[in-house]
Design a protein around this ligand. Structure first.
Ligand SMILES: *Cc1c(COP(=O)(O)O)cnc(C)c1O
Length: 379
C-alpha cells in the first residue's frame, strides 16, 4: 500500500456491531480479564484506539512498531530514558527543540546522564561521541533555522558503534522524510503538529523496531504518558488526511519561500527547498518533499510591526496546523537566551518562523507583501 491508502486504512478498526467504517471510541478503563492475554487498560497503551493510530504511524514510518503518547515530550523523554541511564553519555544537537534541550540541561544530571551538545554537521555529531555514549539525538530540519542534518552519515556511524539513534521527525512528518530507511533506530513525533494538523490536540508518537519498542513500552507503562481514546480518535481522523495536507502545505511553502527570496524587503530565507540554501543538496537526497516550515529575516523594519500587519497569518506558537502561523523565535522559543548567544546561533531579533498552512498561496503572499508595505510606512 502507498502512503495515502495507509493513512486511511491501516489500523482502522471496523465497527462489528454496525458495520461502520470508523474505529469506535472505546472508553472503558475497566475491562474483562478472563480468557485474555492481557486486560485492556489505557495506561498500558493497549486500547483499540491507541492501537489504531500506533499502527498507522508504524506503517507510515516503515517501522515494525508504533506507539502513541500524550505529548511529543512524553514520547521523547521516554525514548531517551529507555536507552540512557546512570553513567551513560548522550550526544545531542544544540539546535534541538527547546523542550528536549531543557530536559537534557535541567534533568539529565538527576538521572546521572552526561550530555554533549554539538553543531548540526555529521562530523560535529560524530566527534561528540565518547566511549560512554549510548544515545544520539538529532532533529532535521532544525528549529528555527531549518538546518539539514546528514541523517544517513550519522546513522551509519552509530550502527557501527552500536549506539541508539533517535530523531525528532516532527518538522518533516513521515510524508516528507522516513528516517528509519536511512538507518535511524527510533523516530519521535510531536503529533500536536502535522499528525494532529488542526491545532486542537496534544499528542506524541514513536516508531521503531519491535525490540526497541519493548523497552520503550515497558518504561512508558510506568511513567504513564498515555493518550485518552477520545483524543486517539481525533488523531486517527486527522491522520487520514495527513498526506493530502502535508503535500499541499509543502507545495504552498515552496511558493511562499520563492516569493520571499525574490522580495526586496527580505534579507534572508531559510528553506531546504531553495537551491541556494546550504542544506539543499542533503535535503534533496534524504527528503521526499522540503516541508512547510520557513524562516526569514526582514530588512530594516520592526519585525513586530510587520507581524501586527498580517491579516491571514496569525502570530501563534506551535506549528503544523491547517492555518498559517508565525512566531518570533527571539521572543518565544529562544527568549531565555542572551542576545549575544542568540546572535551566535543565528537567531536574530528580525528572524521570523512561518508555518505554512492550507490557505491559497496567493493570499498568503499578498498578506506578507501588504504587511511588509505597512511596516515600511510606519518606519
Ligand atoms: C512541539 C515540538 C515538540 C514537543 O511536542 P509536544 O507535543 O508539545 O510535547 C518536540 N519537537 C518538536 C520539533 C516540536 O515542534
Amino acid at each position: 500500500m502507498k502512503n495515502k491508502t495507509i493513512a486511511i486504512h491501516k489500523g482502522t478498526l471496523r465497527d462489528k456491531m454496525t458495520g461502520g467504517v470508523n474505529t469506535p471510541i472505546y472508553t472503558s478503563s475497566a475491562c474483562d480479564y478472563i480468557n485474555r492475554d492481557a486486560a485492556l487498560y489505557p495506561r498500558y497503551f493497549n486500547t483499540p484506539n491507541q492501537d489504531a493510530v500506533a499502527k498507522k504511524i508504524a506503517a507510515l514510518e516503515h517501522a515494525e512498531a508504533g506507539l502513541v503518547f500524550s505529548s511529543g515530550m512524553g514520547a521523547m523523554s521516554t525514548s531517551i530514558l529507555a536507552f540512557a541511564g546512570a553513567g551513560d553519555h548522550v550526544v545531542m544537537l544544540d539546535a534541538l527543540y527547546g523542550g528536549t534541550h531543557h530536559f537534557a540541561t535541567e534533568w539529565f544530571s538527576h538521572f546521572g546522564i552526561d550530555c554533549t551538545f554539538t553543531k548540526t554537521s555529521a562530523d560535529d555529531v560524530i566527534n561528540g561521541v565518547t566511549p560512554k555514549t549510548k544515545v544520539i539525538v538529532i532533529e532535521s530540519p532544525t528549529n528555527p533555522l531549518l538546518a539539514v542534518v546528514d541523517i544517513e552519515k550519522i546513522a551509519r556511524f552509530a550502527r557501527e558503534k552500536q549506539l541508539t539513534t533517535i530523531i525528532d521527525n516532527t518538522f518533516a512528518s513521515p510524508v516528507n522524510q522516513t528516517p528509519l530507511d536511512l538507518g535511524i533506530d527510533i523516530v519521535v513525533h510531536s503529533g500536536t503538529k502535522y499528525l494532529g494538523g488542526h491545532s486542537d490536540m496534544c499528542c506524541g508518537m514513536v516508531a521503531c523496531s519491535n525490540e526497541k519498542m519493548d523497552r520503550i513500552l515497558s518504561l512508558a507503562r510506568v511513567l504513564g504518558p498515555s493518550l485518552d481514546s477520545r483524543i486517539c480518535y481525533l488523531l486517527e481522523r486527522s491522520m487520514k488526511t495527513l498526506c493530502l495536507r502535508v503535500d499541499a502545505q509543502t507545495k504552498n511553502a515552496m511558493e511562499v519561500a520563492q516569493f520571499l527570496s525574490d522580495h526586496p524587503d527580505i534579507a534572508s530565507v531559510h528553506y531546504p527547498g531553495l537551491e541556494n540554501f546550504e542544506g539543499y543538496e542533503i535535503a534533496r537526497r534524504q527528503m521526499k518533499g522540503f516541508g512547510a516550515m520557513i524562516s526569514f529575516e526582514i530588512k530594516d523594519k520592526d519585525p513586530n510591526r510587520f507581524v501586527e500587519g498580517l491579516k491571514i497569518i496569525s502570530p501563534a506558537v506551535s506549528l503544523g496546523g491547517v492555518e498559517s502561523t508565525i512566531t518570533s523565535p527571539s521572543l518565544t522559543s529562544h527568549v531565555k537566551m542572551s542576545p549575544e548567544e542568540r546572535q551566535r546561533i543565528g537567531v536574530t531579533d528580525s528572524l521570523l518562523r512561518l508555518s505554512i498552512g492550507l490557505e491559497d498561496a496567493d493570499d498568503l503572499k499578498q498578506d506578507l507583501d501588504n504587511a511588509l508595505k505597512k511596516a515600511s510606512h510606519s518606519s
